[in-house]
Design a protein around this ligand. Sequence first.
Ligand SMILES: C[S@@+](CC[C@H](N)C(=O)[O-])C[C@H]1O[C@@H](n2cnc3c(N)ncnc32)[C@H](O)[C@@H]1O
Length: 508
Amino acid sequence: MPRAYWEAKDSKDDLKKEVQKKFAVGYPKDNIIFQQPDRAILYQDGKLVMDVDITKEQELVDVVRQFFEYRAPAIAQWEKAAEEFGDRVKDHATALLDLIRTQEKTNKKFIDAFAAFMQLCRQSINPNLAESAVEEMLIQHLLTERIFRSVFNNPDFAQRNIIAVEIEKVINALTSKHFSRAHFLSSLDRFYGAIEETAATIDDFSQKQDFLNTVYEKFFQGFSTKVADTHGIVYTPQPIVNFMVKSVEEILQREFGKSLVDKGVHILDPFVGTGNFIMRVMREIAEIQKSALPHKYEHELHCNEVMLLPYYIASMNIEHEYFEQTGKYEAFEGICLVDTFEDQRIEQLGLFTPENMKRVERQRESDLFVVIGNPPYNVGQLNENDNNKNRKYTTKNKTGIDDRVAATYAKASKATLKNKLSDPYVKAIRWASDRIGEEGIVALVTNNSFLDQIAFDGMRQYLEKDFDQIYVFDLGGNIRKNPKLSGTTHNVFGIQVGVSVNIFVRKR
Ligand SMILES: C[S@@+](CC[C@H](N)C(=O)[O-])C[C@H]1O[C@@H](n2cnc3c(N)ncnc32)[C@H](O)[C@@H]1O
């Protein structure tokens, strides 16, 4: 996609004349610079915007900046609409909630469907799930369903996705007293105007993907702040994802004589978010050996997500990536709507739909070689006594992830205060260590507090025992430790806690 043109001339040319000559033969005028050693002429959108003496430092800087910062009008409009939509996600979700609450009082069909659905969710996700969390799922469904349909031109999503099909039944009951769903939701049309209008002019999928990342973060940070804290809702910066995927491939080759493309190398992202890691792994595979992708995609790529909105986004993103690489649509069956920390409890009921259950079982039976991802970690709360308590995962036979942390990292610790070990990122490292089996790689980007804080002494001891090689890239950024730093500029996630990229290797 051409973004700009640069035409270089030498000092003998008459630059103004050269410009006319080039335009006469059809050079594009949307963003083009004509430059001589001492002069630059910049045209944007058909108009002369700068004609400067570039021997003057500031003028050189100005013209180069103007040139690189150019956004085609359609893209600029789209970006503005995306930002506005993000800013209003909270109002939007609140308006949807009002619509749902009204039906809860008046619509018998919906009341029944909602009660049945709530029971299903409690069985499948969390026995203590609040009614409001289930309402939120409906909101997430309605929000993404419309975005997929009208911004991504993917109207079939809700009929193809195994979870969406189930929730559609509840939504049908929700809107049953109205002439149509569109009529029921018409009061929300105002939120979509600009984004739907500008989407029609954008073909670039990655632009739209950025928009989904914004919706993902803004929904949880603006509307569902508790979930954002306990579940660690932030997407992972692309350079970190790239680095981790490349590192895993290198270690696979060097230490195991294997590659991501090899049959039998199962890969799991247990906290998939919007799907960045899986998509990046797919790109890596396609780059090394494209013919290996279909088998991988069908059998050896796995991921989990516990929230509906990212589950939908990841499903669509991953399926789209596959379509880009192969030209075919193929439903991605490696994604499960499930709580990773719970998923080893075989006795668990339901899990939404039989198909989802089947997928979870298939994943459990897979011999995973690589676990990669960005687990949740508590961003806001300092300790367990804060309001947003993390959920407990214990079982009678002591196989729950909290039991495992207690029996290992906590037991081996000499610290008196061990509550920092209940941070979900600690569970994630424990979980992945247990999950990979006799050999494999765990690559997680996490809070870096386990590197030197006292409460993690037992964890460090175990990590040394559990693995043969450990690579830690400490990216710093602990704002509480160093108040001179700022979260937005000194932390890769723009958060307050320090971050590290960790790669743990276990060899037989
Ligand atoms: C830090 S984000 C991952 C971001 C992802 N790498 C991306 O770039 O989009 C963590 C994700 O894990 C999900 N999550 C948190 N706890 C989970 C659990 N116990 N099981 C499955 N998913 C979970 C959250 O909903 C969130 O979307």
